[in-house]
Design a protein around this ligand. Structure first.
Ligand SMILES: [Fe+2]
Ligand SMILES: [Fe+2]
Length: 155
């Protein structure tokens, strides 16, 4: 991986795959499988949001001085995504397929729009403005994502 965009867009795909796995299990009524897949999916998403908020966005904000710009919009959307993760988790615990699928649909649309903005606008801006720090940042970001991959492996 030699760009922030490539690394984090790949992690978006990893999270998308996990989300699809939960939905498949819910539609088949395989609740134990759905819950296990959901825990892996939620863990991957929360780690992704955390590394953006704690590593990438502060680096971008410090370098550009833009604190109320695109990163603030992304942080607000992360808050909505966390709320929807909570709602989907509750529906899953209650084994309520309709409730799960309704909230999951909202989360999916929000996530798709959010990821598109990051991949097309914010990540390229990060690659451009943070080029001097890129290697160090990629190492830290990769470590956060690698822990996600190993947590989900072999299950
Ligand atoms: Fe994000
Ligand atoms: Fe992201």
């Amino acid at each position: 991986m030699n760009s922030i965009r490539e690394l984090l867009a790949n992690d978006h795909r990893h999270c998308d795959d996990g989300f699809a796995e939960v939905e498949q299990a819910v539609r088949k009524g395989e609740w134990d499988k759905a819950e296990a897949a959901f825990l892996r999916f939620r863990d991957a998403v929360l780690r992704h949001l955390d590394i953006e908020e704690n590593v990438l966005f502060p680096a971008f904000e410090d370098r550009t001085g833009m604190r109320m710009g695109p990163t603030q919009v992304m942080r607000n959307e992360h808050a909505q995504m966390r709320d929807l993760l909570t709602l989907t988790g509750v529906a899953l615990t209650q084994r309520d397929a309709d409730e799960y699928l309704g909230n999951a649909e909202t989360l999916l649309i929000l996530t798709q729009q959010h990821n598109m903005k990051e991949e097309n606008i914010l990540y390229p801006m990060c690659d451009q403005h943070l080029s001097a720090d890129r290697d160090g940042l990629l190492t830290i970001l990769s470590a956060g994502i690698a822990s996600t991959a190993s947590a989900g492996g072999g299950v």
